[in-house]
Each structure stands twice: as C-alpha cells, then as structure tokens.
Design a binder for this molecule. Structure first.
Ligand code: HEC
Ligand code: HEC
Ligand code: HEC
Ligand code: HEC
Ligand code: HEC
Ligand code: HEC
Ligand code: HEC
Length: 322
C-alpha cells in the first residue's frame, strides 16, 4: 500500500521534473545569466560536434568517421530559432558524457512537445500533404526542418534569403537521388526536377526568386503558408498568379516586408516581363514615369516653342509697326 503510494509519488515527481525541464515555446526568453550557462554547456558539446572539434578532438579514440556526419555549425545554430536553447533541452541528458548513453536517442523531443498549439494547426495541413499520405511512416516534421538551422521567415525578411532556406529543404531531396531513395526506398525513381518544370522559363533562376511551396500549396490561407503540399496536377502553372499588379506573392513571400518594399519586388517582376515574356501581364511603373516624363517634356517643349514664337512674332510685329 505504502509502496504503491511511493511509486505514484515518484511518478508524479518525475512527471513534474520532466515538465519543468521542457522549454515551452511560450516560456519567457532566458535571462542573461541563464544564457551564459546555456552557452557554456553547448560549447561542451561543440568541442566535438563542430568542424573545429573534428579537426582537434578533445580526446583520443573518437569515431571521427561517425562524428563527421554529426556536426553542428555553431554560428548557424546561434542565429537560428533555437539558438538560445541548451542542446540538452531537446536531446535530453544522455549525452552529457562520451561515450554517450546507449539509450540517449530515446530522450529526443519532437516539435509537438514544445509547440503544441502551433504544431496542431500545421499537423492538420501536413497530414493532407502528398508526403504524409504516401510516406506516412518515414516522413516527419524534422525530415524537412533541421532544428539547428531553421529560422523563421519573419526574421529573415529578405525574400531571397527566405527562398534560399525554404527551397533548400525541397531540393536537398528532390534534387538528390541518394536522399530521395533513402526516404522512399520502394517507390518510383526520382522525377527529374528540371525536366518537370521545363515550361517555366529560366527554371533555376525562378527557384532563386520564388519558393516551391508558392506553387505547390493552396493559396486560400492568406495568413500563413500552408503545409499542405498537393498532388502535381493541383500545382500552379499560371504566370499571372505572380506576374501581375497584385501578385499573390505579396500575401505570402513578401508579407514580412513593408508595403513600399513589396512594391519594389513586384516592380522588378514587371520590369523583366515588360521586356517581352508575358504580354500585358503587368503595369510597369518605371515606364509610366518615363512616359510621364516624356509627356511633360513635350508639353514644356510645345509651350516653350509656342511662347518663343509668340514673343518673336510680337517683337517682329512691333518692329514692323515702328
Ligand atoms: C568528447 C566528444 C563528444 C562530446 C563532448 C559530445 N559528443 Fe556527441 N558524439 C560524439 C561522437 C564521436 C559521436 C558519434 C557516435 C559515437 O561514437 O557515440 C557522437 C554522437 C552524438 C549524437 C548522434 C548519435 C545518437 O545517439 O543519436 C548526438 C545526438 C550527440 N552526439 C549529441 C551530443 C550532445 C547534445 C552533446 C553535449 C551535451 C554531445 N553530443 C557531446 C562525441 C561527443
Ligand atoms: C530544438 C531542438 C534541438 C536543439 C536545441 C538541438 N538539437 Fe540536435 N537534433 C534535434 C533533432 C530533432 C535531431 C534529429 C534530426 C533528424 O531527425 O534528422 C537532432 C540531431 C542531432 C544530431 C545528430 C545528427 C543526425 O544526423 O542524426 C546531433 C549530433 C545533434 N543534434 C547535436 C546537437 C547539438 C550539439 C546541439 C546544441 C548546440 C543541438 N543538437 C541542439 C533537435 C535539437
Ligand atoms: C524542447 C523544446 C522544443 C522543441 C523540441 C522544439 N522547439 Fe522550436 N522553439 C522552442 C523554444 C523555447 C523556442 C523559442 C521561443 C521564442 O523565441 O519565442 C522555439 C522557437 C521556434 C521557432 C521560432 C519561434 C516561433 O514563434 O515559432 C520555430 C519556427 C520553431 N521553434 C520550430 C520548431 C520545429 C519545426 C521543431 C521540430 C523540428 C521544434 N521547434 C522543436 C522549443 C522547442
Ligand atoms: C515538406 C517539408 C515540410 C514538412 C514535412 C514540415 N514543414 Fe514546416 N515548413 C516548411 C517550409 C518550407 C516552411 C516555410 C514557410 C515560411 O517560410 O513561412 C515551414 C514553416 C514552418 C513553421 C514556421 C511557420 C510560421 O508559422 O511562420 C513552423 C512552426 C513549422 N514549419 C513547423 C512544422 C511542423 C510542426 C511540422 C510537422 C507537423 C512541419 N513543419 C512539417 C516545410 C515543411
Ligand atoms: C526527404 C525527401 C523529401 C523532401 C525533403 C521533400 N520531398 Fe517531396 N516527395 C518526396 C518523395 C519520395 C515523393 C514521392 C511520393 C510518392 O509519390 O510516393 C515526393 C512527392 C512530392 C510531390 C508530389 C508529386 C506527384 O507525384 O504528384 C510534390 C509536389 C513534392 N514532393 C514537393 C515537395 C516540396 C515543395 C518540398 C519542400 C517543401 C518537398 N517535396 C520536400 C520526397 C521529399
Ligand atoms: C511556378 C510554379 C512552380 C514552382 C515554383 C515549382 N513547381 Fe513543381 N510543379 C509545378 C507544376 C505546374 C507541376 C506539374 C507539371 C506537370 O504535370 O506537367 C509541378 C510538378 C512537380 C513535381 C511532380 C513530379 C512528377 O512528375 O512526379 C514535383 C516533385 C515538384 N513539382 C517539385 C517541385 C520542387 C521541389 C520545387 C522547388 C525547387 C518546385 N516544384 C517548384 C509548378 C511549380
Ligand atoms: C509562383 C510565382 C511565379 C510564377 C507562377 C511564375 N513566375 Fe516568373 N518569376 C517569379 C519571380 C518572383 C521572379 C523574379 C522577379 C524578381 O526578381 O523581381 C520571376 C522571374 C521571371 C522571369 C525573369 C527570369 C530571369 O531570367 O531573371 C521570367 C522570364 C518569368 N519569371 C517568366 C514567367 C513565366 C513565362 C511564367 C509562366 C509559365 C512564370 N514566370 C510563372 C515568380 C513566378
């Protein structure tokens, strides 16, 4: 009876400890003292798990071949969304010593553990995606999201940086036979990504300026980007979706920019297209200004010319009167 109670108490205490040890995303950010402690603890891991650690391991006899695949870039990590977190918040305490605890792997937290509310909305969309439907047992959030690297689009702001980060996720797999076969060993061969999109002019250049998800997720949800990557026959093919005065990109890719900055990008868009590709797709503000400028110049010219003539004829007339 008492033993049973003790067990329950221990269970409850363990649960409490676990709960307090978890850094919920809603928690206040760490104080400067806490941050200093986290940095010191992380530096301990990074004495091995970084390029520098690999070159100069802190002790002998490490499996460097394995370690090479397990490196974290300290600067990228620090700049990422999780850069102020202790490695052990996600990885648990099984890694405090090396050789690591054989069961250490089991301590890894998933996104949902700390981002319950956000993850629920995203999970609903992800569950309807091609990846979740076709590869339900292997495809997870961290298949796409490297938590050591990930940086929120709102923080990156610059569309080119956002595009680079987000497209790297897709291309690392869809542009690599190795990665594609690893996630889907018994599936079809990887479709050649350039051939599929050959209808899109300057395909690779497009991919530096626009995201895969822009065309491969539904656009109804204007507030945030959907995780519902749809079948290829639902993908966007209309040029005018992006190459028009009021592009859907303003609501998505450019939404972190101020209005006038959005127009700058939209404006570049139209400059390129006015050079011939898509007839009538856009209004071009710079040509407008040039036209207005020319118009003003002509008007000024005509009036000026007229004035000069009036004055000179008056002068001639008055001369003749003399
Ligand atoms: C003394 C060097 C060293 C230190 C310090 C170290 N590790 Fe490791 N770690 C390794 C090596 C080497 C491997 C490769 C597999 C092995 O030999 O255990 C590894 C493997 C790993 C793995 C992948 C393997 C698995 O079990 O999933 C993770 C995750 C990991 N370490 C996390 C950490 C964390 C977190 C810290 C800090 C709390 C840390 N390590 C500190 C050397 C180290
Ligand atoms: C926000 C959670 C989080 C934080 C913080 C975090 N990691 Fe990880 N880490 C993960 C996840 C999730 C994986 C597994 C990724 C996957 O499934 O491929 C992982 C994988 C790893 C691996 C193994 C790589 C592999 O390919 O299996 C190592 C090594 C590692 N982390 C080290 C670290 C170190 C060192 C730190 C601190 C500087 C750190 N992690 C901080 C979540 C985190
Ligand atoms: C152990 C807890 C933990 C885990 C596991 C974890 N995170 Fe986080 N995450 C945090 C904390 C704490 C923050 C910082 C909150 C802040 O800055 O507002 C954060 C921040 C973020 C942010 C930016 C802030 C925001 O408002 O959303 C994103 C995006 C994010 N995490 C995504 C992920 C993804 C994707 C995974 C899984 C691969 C993951 N996280 C796993 C705790 C965690
Ligand atoms: C197929 C790849 C893929 C998978 C799988 C995936 N994501 Fe994402 N996720 C992305 C991309 C791409 C973005 C970038 C959207 C943006 O820039 O706003 C993103 C953005 C996010 C964000 C930040 C968006 C925001 O609110 O501003 C969070 C948080 C996130 N994902 C969590 C998750 C979680 C949780 C899961 C698992 C249920 C998951 N993701 C699965 C590709 C993926
Ligand atoms: C780790 C590998 C991996 C990543 C990362 C990944 N995919 Fe996929 N994707 C696959 C595989 C494998 C399939 C094939 C699934 C099937 O048909 O069985 C697929 C299927 C697709 C399809 C459906 C094609 C069809 O036949 O209709 C689209 C569209 C797609 N992916 C787009 C994306 C986008 C966009 C991203 C990035 C946000 C992404 N994928 C990230 C592996 C990946
Ligand atoms: C401008 C819109 C657009 C962009 C950007 C785009 N796609 Fe597509 N994608 C499409 C369309 C439309 C199709 C269907 C083509 C067809 O069926 O002829 C398609 C087809 C696909 C398929 C299906 C392949 C197959 O035949 O099984 C995959 C996978 C895919 N895209 C992945 C990606 C990835 C990864 C990126 C980013 C690097 C990307 N797409 C960028 C519009 C786009
Ligand atoms: C999902 C949005 C989207 C779609 C759909 C789209 N584009 Fe684009 N396109 C862009 C963006 C963004 C740029 C880069 C503009 C910039 O840098 O301001 C671009 C650039 C271009 C360029 C210039 C590329 C270069 O060489 O610099 C051409 C040409 C072009 N698009 C033609 C097309 C045509 C034709 C279609 C339809 C078959 C199309 N686009 C569909 C978003 C899109």
């Amino acid at each position: 009876m008492f033993a049973n109670f003790k067990n329950k108490l221990c269970g409850a205490l363990a649960l409490l400890v676990m709960l307090t040890a978890t850094a919920f995303a809603d928690d206040p950010p760490p104080t400067p003292e806490e941050l200093a402690k986290i940095k010191t603890a992380n530096a301990e891991c990074l004495t091995c798990h970084s390029e520098a650690g690999l070159k100069k391991p802190p002790k002998e006899g490490l499996d460097l071949k394995k370690l090479r695949n397990y490196l974290v870039d300290p600067d990228t990590f620090t700049a990422s969304d999780h850069g102020q977190m202790a490695c052990s918040k996600c990885h648990g305490d099984g890694y405090d010593k090396h050789p690591h605890d054989a069961k250490a792997k089991e301590g890894l937290s998933e996104c949902q553990d700390c981002h319950a509310r956000k993850a629920m909305r995203i999970e609903r969309q992800f569950d309807k995606s091609v990846h979740a439907e076709h590869l339900s047992d292997s495809f997870t959030c961290s298949t796409c999201h490297d938590p050591h690297v990930m940086t929120l689009a709102a923080k990156l702001r610059d569309p080119h940086k956002i595009v680079a980060q987000d497209n790297k996720i897709c291309l690392d797999c869809h542009d690599s036979d190795l990665a594609f076969a690893k996630i889907a060993p018994e599936k079809k061969k990887r479709p050649p990504i350039d051939e599929i999109h050959s209808w899109l002019p300057n395909t690779r250049l497009h991919w530096q300026a626009v995201r895969c998800i822009e065309c491969h997720t539904p656009t109804e949800d204007k507030l945030s980007l959907s995780h519902e990557i749809l079948n290829k026959d639902k993908a966007e093919k209309k040029c005018a979706t992006c190459h028009s005065a009021n592009t859907s990109l303003n609501a998505r890719l450019y939404r972190h920019l101020a209005k006038e900055e959005q127009n700058k990008y939209g404006f570049l868009n139209s400059v390129i297209l006015s050079n011939s590709y898509v007839v009538g797709a856009t209004r071009n503000p710079s040509i407008d200004w040039i036209v207005i400028g020319l118009f003003v110049a002509i008007v000024v010219g005509v009036i000026g010319h007229g004035l000069v003539r009036i004055i000179t004829t008056r002068m001639r007339r008055s001369k003749n009167h003399d």
